[in-house]
Design a protein around this ligand. Structure first.
Ligand SMILES: [Fe+2]
Length: 423
């Protein structure tokens, strides 16, 4: 085989290796370093360096071989030097060639010569200098041939495109990161606004301070126990915060009446779920179904709830969760006219009303979440914090919850078996 053919095959092989290296998704600096070594190896060069630049200013060394580590410190490139690189031909780029018109050489020739750099080749991509490749002479002492220049030109272009692509990807990643940050900020603003609304709702009702916030948290805990996704859990927490937003349009005296209200005032108060729906519907929430959860948080499984008298399957699961969280908080907080109920009492209520007022599966999930806290299986004790520590103390609490869960689960499997035998 002719030596020139052999060299051509060798060069093609190196280019293929280089393409693979550049297309790889690995470490950028490693990619540049390997590419440079491929170039040095192909032409048997003693030394080389790859420096990058973003417009005029200091050059940043990405890879270096055979040249002192500190040698490239202080190298800068200005606008006119970049311009001169854009119109220079590679064969003119020889540092030793004192007749070169390149202004970068004119400024740095002495330093470059001292470091043994013979050739400075710009990496030009889309009409911009993305960096320079500095190369020493051949180990054999031979001059660069035109074929060598061809090889260098092709390989430098490959490396330049690699650097350019890497920059684009970095910019994209930066933009994506910025978008993510902005999105997070917006979500935080949304959540803070919602919590401010929840506080405004609760201030209107002087007996239920913090009620909406607690309903939000209980709802979140139940939904998580039911295996909802993080996104859905966040959504139901918001629905919990806002479930009583419709009360903003109900007369303060009716909300604050310390005794049973008459039928007229009661129907006025019962407007709040639909009013809440009207308020929340025009808003574009980042989560689904929030207006519906507010609208149906007073529906009952047996159809005796309001505003629409929906039954079991017709009620959105989110509304069933908020409904339980709402009632649980009402039963477990003191009112001026009524002390809160004991935990035994609350469990009796939940048991009796499962399948009537509440969905048994939701009750079971809540009971499981409370039981996990009582047994110390959770990192945080969020329910205990809301109820106050002594409320869930005592061995009977664990027994009550375990029995409730067992009974509810037996009930589900009985109903499941019945449904199967009917079908
Ligand atoms: Fe309500």
């Amino acid at each position: 085989m002719e030596p020139s053919t052999q060299k051509l095959i060798h060069t093609f092989g190196a280019l293929a290796d280089l393409g693979q290296e550049i297309a790889g998704t690995g470490d950028f600096t490693e990619m540049v370093r390997t590419s440079m070594h491929l170039l040095l190896g192909t032409l048997a060069l003693r030394r080389g360096a790859v420096v990058e630049c973003s417009g005029a200013g200091p050059l940043r060394c990405v890879a270096i071989w055979g040249i002192g580590d500190q040698a490239l410190n202080g190298f800068e490139i200005d606008e006119s030097e970049m311009e001169s690189f854009l119109c220079s031909e590679i064969s003119e780029s020889l540092v030793r060639n004192t007749s070169s018109t390149n202004v970068f050489f004119a400024r740095h020739r002495e330093k470059l010569t001292n470091e043994g750099v013979e050739l400075v080749v710009p990496m030009v991509v889309r009409g911009e200098v993305t960096g320079l490749i500095m190369l020493g002479g051949k180990a054999s002492g031979e001059e660069f041939s035109n074929d060598d220049f061809e090889t260098i030109r092709a390989m430098v272009r490959h490396i330049g495109v690699g650097i350019h692509t890497h920059r684009l990807l970095e910019q994209l990643a930066q933009r994506a990161e910025e978008n993510r940050r902005l999105y997070d900020e917006l979500r935080t603003i949304y959540r803070d606004t919602v919590r401010a609304f929840a506080a405004a709702i609760d201030i209107k009702d002087k007996y239920t301070q913090g009620h909406s916030e607690r309903v939000g948290r209980y709802s979140e805990i139940i939904a998580r126990e039911m295996g909802w996704s993080e996104e859905e859990v966040e959504g139901i927490q918001i629905a919990g915060y806002l479930h009583d937003i419709g009360k903003l349009i109900v007369d303060r005296d009716i909300i604050n009446a310390p005794y049973h209200i008459d039928a007229k005032n009661s129907s006025e108060l019962n407007r709040h779920p639909s009013a809440g729906y009207e308020i929340l519907s025009p808003i574009r929430h980042p989560y689904a179904d929030i207006p519906l959860m507010a609208k149906h948080h007073h529906e009952r499984i047996d159809g005796r709830g309001y505003p629409d008298g929906l039954v079991d399957q017709q009620i959105p699961v989110g509304a069933k969760i908020v409904s339980l969280a709402d009632s649980f908080d009402a039963m477990t907080t003191d009112r001026p006219y009524k002390r809160r109920r004991s935990f035994e009492d609350v469990v009796v209520d939940l048991r009796e009303n499962s399948g009537k007022q509440f969905d048994g599966k939701v009750v079971a999930a809540f009971a499981r979440a409370i039981l996990k806290e009582v047994k110390g299986e959770t990192r945080e004790r969020r329910i205990t914090k809301m109820l106050g520590k002594p409320y869930l103390e005592g061995e009977h609490v664990e027994t009550l919850l375990t029995d409730l869960i067992t009974d509810l689960e037996e009930d589900f499997s009985r109903k499941g078996a019945k449904a199967q035998s009917v079908s």
